[in-house]
Design a binder for this molecule. Structure first.
Ligand SMILES: [Zn+2]
Ligand SMILES: [Zn+2]
Length: 339
């Protein structure tokens, strides 16, 4: 957690020269920075509160036609779910183990291959304007890519799947297998999901900071930081021990709530797609909090969370907001020049 302060200058881990913002000095950045740090946490908090409020009161204020629509759609969804259960033979081993493998591997490799295609062929060209670190991996080195795929496959098949098998037998033994029959209500689904996100975020933030401790970093986490400008599949490019440590917060919420199997699957899809997107190296329009983790890979000593709250609370996001302010100011200056 030690390292460069915001006020110093230097070269990024990716080799790109970077002048840090002199936070202690009066500068034009100060105006851009003003009030910025709390904007992201408060925006996410407000959105989550509105979602929770709507969910809790969902159904109580619906008009009769909307209630009929809701009931009809839940009948359709339930019948589709029954078909899925029949496909897996209503067998909890296939549903829990094979089902989770499929809902993790299919989104991971389909979305991951899409990003790899763009990075390797450097095409379509319009994607270039969304690069967070322009000039890096344009195109990505093939040998490096092959090695990354190899490490990811080893992690998936030698760590994730054995962990999944052991959790299956533990759940069987403790009689806590997820419910598989009728789909959960929308309220239950969203409340479970919010709990997963909160538990995962708290766990990930502190586990991640711990992995940056000098006594652990080299052995546990340095491998993941071999990509200062990450590409999507580097989400799982890590040591085996890091892979296990990162899995714990993601699983903890599901242990606490014992959700329906559908919620469990949806969570696994979410975790994998989120991991790919935050490592993709692209700013995807509309997804506001993606740049934090990219900045973490650039600097290695800031922005440890997936959401902005704990970084805001611990002040580990200051350099990031200064960096954003600098980019924004440069953009404004360029616009002024071209006018
Ligand atoms: Zn990362
Ligand atoms: Zn890290």
């Amino acid at each position: 957690m030690s390292g460069k302060s915001v006020g110093s200058g230097g070269v990024l881990r990716s080799g790109v020269k970077f002048n840090f913002i002199p936070e202690t000095l009066e500068s034009p950045y100060k105006d851009v920075l003003k009030g910025r740090r709390w904007q992201r946490p408060s925006f996410v908090f407000l959105s989550a509160s509105v979602l929770l409020f709507v969910t809790v009161f969902y159904g109580q204020s619906l008009t009769t036609p909307l209630k009929q629509f809701r009931n009809a759609s839940s009948v359709v969804l339930d019948s589709q779910w029954k078909k899925v259960l029949t496909f897996f033979g209503n067998d909890d081993f296939y549903l829990y183990v094979v089902g989770v493998v499929l809902v993790s591997q299919i989104p991971f490799w389909s979305v991951g291959c899409m990003f790899m295609f763009v990075d390797y062929y450097n095409w379509p060209r319009w994607t270039r304007k969304y690069k967070l670190q322009p000039g890096t991996h344009e195109p990505v080195d093939l040998n490096r890519l092959k090695e990354t795929i190899r490490v990811v496959l080893i992690n998936q098949w030698s760590v994730t799947i054995p962990l999944l098998l052991s959790s299956y037998f533990m759940k069987k033994f403790t009689n806590t297998m997820p419910i598989i029959d009728d789909l959960p209500s929308l309220q239950r689904f969203i409340v479970d999901f919010i709990i997963f996100i909160i538990v995962d975020e708290i766990g990930l933030y502190y586990v991640h900071r711990l992995m940056h401790h000098p006594k652990l970093y080299a052995r546990v986490h340095k491998k993941h930081h071999e990509w200062p400008a990450p590409i999507a599949i580097t989400f799982l490019y890590s040591t085996k021990i890091e892979n296990i440590l990162n899995s714990i917060p993601a699983v903890l919420g599901t242990v606490m709530t014992n959700p329906h199997l559908f919620t469990f699957w949806a969570w696994y899809v979410f975790v994998h797609v989120r991991g790919l997107i935050i490592h993709s190296g692209y700013h995807i329009p509309g997804l506001a909090t993606l740049e934090e983790h990219n900045y973490h890979h650039m600097m290695s000593n800031a922005c440890y969370g997936r959401l902005p709250f704990l970084d805001w609370l611990h002040g580990t996001d200051k350099g990031f907001h200064a960096y954003l302010a600098r980019k924004e100011l440069e953009k404004q200056q360029q616009q002024q020049k071209s006018e």
